[in-house]
Ligand binder design. Structure first.
Ligand SMILES: [Zn+2]
Ligand SMILES: [Zn+2]
Length: 389
């Protein structure tokens, strides 16, 4: 089959690779209908996250049709149209039983690569480095999905492919961020980053009852999209002197009740702190540029919640003492998609959520390298590139 493969830093190629096969009796093989780029892919494409190997198939956000079924699969069947969360979960371990699906104990086949970094291993993820399990990714014609009864969610009639696609990762990640904020009536939520995850966090905050949402980014087209799709207010941080001051002004001096960071380690910003981060990261002295995260901690009201969805490695100048002095709560996780997908499918079916607008550009698989280049540079207002393998 054809697949989009990583071959080195900033070197993606479409190659012919072996078709996936049923390995365990609970596996299914999916014919991929749609698969999309994710901001976190850029971290290993740029070489910030190691343990990729030449020839690895990338991609972790996808939906498709089941074409082959292992003999112990009971709940889904051949021909089902399904969406699959990006983290692989067994459904049976202590973590899965407690709805912490991305921390599953049983789906990381190479824990020895991750335990030295984290102390314990996480769940495996599709198409995302050997430190995260080395599973083949979804930018391909077919993909093997383990634990299919737990990880495949049948897409009901009335929910279109391009709506279901983003329930794989962007929507549950954004929704989890809003869920972390423990939103109460009257709450004001600020969201840094208006990429796919940020857009979904904004929508989710409203679904969970936020009175106001304030979206912060530097791309006018992304902020415009927020305005078109929601009643959120927006701040272009390149157009103001101080985001903190603007947020204070907008909230009567109190600050947002909760802040969601949907940016991550390749954050852009302004000022001396950002320039310092940029130089250090370029010299590999620091893996992360944390300007958005630091700003969110400063701007949050006292006693507020910081929901961190961006992916970070190591960071210096992390203002840990602020969390204590301001009595803040930090909540973070990789997405526990299996917990949220049924609820999100319900929202989509009822017309309360339509994530399909994230798909600004469609490409055949052959144009994968070009699509990632455009995605990285955010050319032509590209928010998410979607492949149709
Ligand atoms: Zn992702
Ligand atoms: Zn598990």
């Amino acid at each position: 089959m054809r697949a989009l493969c990583w071959n080195g830093i900033n070197d993606l190629r479409v190659e012919l690779v072996a078709d996936p096969e049923i390995v365990n009796p609970r596996d299914v093989i999916l014919k991929v209908k749609l698969s999309t780029t994710c901001g976190s892919d850029l971290h290993f494409i740029d070489g910030y996250i190691p343990t990729m190997r030449a020839g690895d198939v990338i991609g972790h956000e996808f939906m498709g049709e089941i074409v082959e079924v292992g003999r112990e699969v009971k709940k889904v069947k051949r021909g089902d149209r399904v969406v699959v969360p990006s983290f692989i979960s067994c459904g049976n371990c202590w973590y899965c039983q407690h709805d912490m699906f991305s921390l599953c104990d049983n789906t990381h086949p190479k824990p020895e690569l991750q335990e030295p970094l984290l102390g314990y291993h996480t769940a495996g993820i599709y198409g995302y480095t050997h430190a995260f399990g080395g599973y083949a990714g979804s930018h391909a014609e077919y993909i093997r999905v383990p634990h299919a009864d737990v990880d495949c969610f049948v897409v009901p009639d009335g929910v279109r492919d391009e709506q279901a696609l983003f329930l794989s990762d962007a929507a549950p990640t954004g929704f989890m961020g809003a869920d972390f904020c423990n939103i109460q009536p009257g709450d004001v939520i600020a969201v840094w980053g208006c990429g796919g995850v940020g857009q979904m966090a904004i929508q989710s905050a409203f679904l969970l009852g936020a009175e106001r949402v304030i979206a912060i980014d530097r791309f006018p087209e992304r902020l415009h999209m927020v305005k078109q799709q929601t009643r959120a207010e927006t701040i272009n941080y390149t157009k103001v002197d101080s985001v903190l001051d603007v947020l204070k002004e907008m909230t009567g001096g109190r600050g947002p009740d909760a802040c969601i960071d949907a940016v991550g380690m390749e954050a852009h910003g302004t000022g001396v702190g950002y320039a310092y981060d940029r130089v250090k990261q370029a010299l590999h002295l620091e893996s992360d540029r944390g300007s958005a995260l630091r700003e969110a901690i400063y701007a949050c009201r006292k006693g507020g919640v910081l929901a961190m969805l961006g992916v970070y490695g190591l960071m210096d100048k992390f203002p840990l003492g602020l969390l204590t002095n301001k009595g803040m709560t930090l909540r973070t996780a990789q997405q526990h998609g299996q917990k949220y997908v049924p609820r999100l499918l319900d929202y989509v079916q009822k017309g309360q959520l339509d994530p399909s607008y994230l798909a600004t550009h469609y490409f055949p698989l052959e144009q994968g390298p070009r699509a990632y280049e455009m995605f990285k540079k955010k050319e032509d207002g590209l928010l998410r590139a979607v492949f149709t393998p």
